[in-house]
Design a binder for this molecule. Structure first.
Ligand code: 4NP
Length: 145
């Protein structure tokens, strides 16, 4: 489960990129994304993310924004956050005893200088965000394979 704040920019990008690369790798894995805010529930990913996805051969058009739920801590093994505030907000709704691991997605991109994925909603840096996310998605696939 990929998590960011709005679930319209970073985590839908991570979901779509990871879906594409996991399918190519033949991995059978349950994939989702959500936000900690709920501000954009039901919305399509940001048009700028969808456009950059198309350039790179990914399709985000079936995804809709949703809120991270307590139940997700039972249904997913890994809750992969784009930044540290997402980790704090996720841990705040962890049900007692639920064992899902919550960590930064960029833990799977150890050669990158950044540890958090910057928010392109304000910074408009979608290409750089896709580069980071593709690197981490490849690292995650290597570990799961
Ligand atoms: P995301 O980006 O967390 O990567 O989806 C944002 C999207 C929307 C807002 C903030 C961040 N917002 O303030 O509405």
């Amino acid at each position: 489960m990929f998590v960011c704040l709005g679930n319209i920019c970073r985590s839908p990008t991570a979901e779509g990129v990871f879906r594409g690369l996991a399918a190519q790798a033949g991995l059978d894995v349950v994939i989702g994304s959500s936000g900690t805010s709920g501000w954009h529930n039901g919305d399509l990913p940001d048009g700028r993310a969808m456009a950059e996805a198309n350039v790179r051969g990914y399709d985000l058009s079936a995804q809709r924004s949703s809120l991270l739920k307590a139940q997700d801590f039972y249904e997913f093994d890994l809750i992969l956050c784009m930044d540290n505030s997402n980790i704090e907000n996720s841990e705040a709704i962890r049900p007692a005893g639920a064992k899902a691991t919550v960590k930064l997605f960029l833990d799977y991109a150890p050669d990158q200088p950044l540890r958090e994925v910057p928010d392109p909603y304000y910074e408009h840096n979608f290409e750089a965000v896709f580069d980071l996310i593709e690197d981490a998605a490849r690292g995650l696939i290597a570990e799961l394979s």
